[in-house]
Design a protein around this ligand. Structure first.
Ligand SMILES: [Zn+2]
Length: 276
């Protein structure tokens, strides 16, 4: 079900902004996110400091001994899904695809809840890097599952954040959209143009999220003011501010920072074990 999309506004958006801005919520939408009330939860670091978590990782690494290639990666994937406690949310299997000119190793696709690894690039990496890559994409999966199971962060609201960040990306790298945008500015209809991009994107993404994450959506919700709920709001803002097309913004995105922390934690735990 999709409702209230017309109530979302884009008051805080203009294309000339290079620095991320806080989103403005429509008056009738919850939650009211107050930035200074959001604590800095660094789950990557929390994991590093947790000895139990290191023991658990050690058990996983034992199970990987003697495994190679896709067997190594697929086994690691299933074990890490359990480790991250996202058995109900994560894709059942890795999707292996051929590289098609994109210089990336992996991708979490929220729209169909799949984790894709590009076989050639993935296999060029050593085992520590492969584990790190799997952990990175699973972190994104966990971030979304956490948002989807937070009270008050509706599917529509999450879809809206994706639609806004998608629009930013399109305005940077989609020649057709860039052309249409110029025309809209010339006709003094920029706001309407952006509003309609966001609206179309929100409807499309909400449908995708309902379809691909139905199991996650059945799970009990945690309150907005719980640690998980606060983390979800923080990630929502990060998604909203993201533009998906610019390395600087990518590196500064809190969701990416967290994924990199988890990545580093897993790979250093693995390397230490190999050394020891
Ligand atoms: Zn990432």
């Amino acid at each position: 079900m999709i409702n209230n999309i017309q109530n979302y506004n884009i008051q805080s958006l203009t294309t000339s902004q290079n620095t991320p801005q806080q989103p403005k919520f429509a008056q009738n939408s919850n939650p009211q996110i107050v930035n200074d009330k959001i604590p800095n939860i660094q789950s990557g670091k929390d994991l590093i400091n947790n000895t139990n978590s290191l023991k658990e990782l050690d058990e996983i690494f034992k199970k990987l001994e003697g495994k190679e290639g896709k067997d190594f990666a697929n086994t690691a994937y299933h074990e890490l899904v359990k480790y991250f406690d996202i058995e109900k949310n994560a894709p059942k299997e890795i999707t292996w695809e051929k590289n098609e000119g994109r210089a990336i190793v992996g991708d979490y696709r929220f729209y169909d809840n799949s984790i894709v690894f590009y076989t050639d690039y993935f296999m060029q990496n050593n085992k520590a890097e492969q584990l790190a890559t799997i952990a990175h994409e699973l972190t994104h999966c966990k971030q979304l599952a956490n948002m989807l199971t937070t009270e008050g962060l509706s599917v529509e609201k999450i879809a809206y954040a994706y639609a806004v960040s998608d629009m930013r990306a399109m305005l940077i790298r989609n020649p057709k959209i860039i052309e249409m945008h110029k025309k809209a500015i010339a006709e003094d209809k920029e706001k309407e143009f952006m509003q309609s991009l966001i609206q179309v994107g929100t409807i499309k993404t909400a449908k995708e999220l309902y379809a691909a994450h139905s199991e996650t959506l059945k799970q009990p919700k945690h309150p907005l003011n719980s640690l998980e709920g606060i983390k979800a709001q923080k990630d929502w803002i990060a998604q909203y501010n993201y533009n998906g097309a610019d390395m600087k913004v990518y590196n500064a995105c809190p969701m990416e920072k967290e994924a990199r922390q988890v990545e580093m934690m897993i790979s250093s735990a693995y390397k230490n074990r190999i050394k020891g």
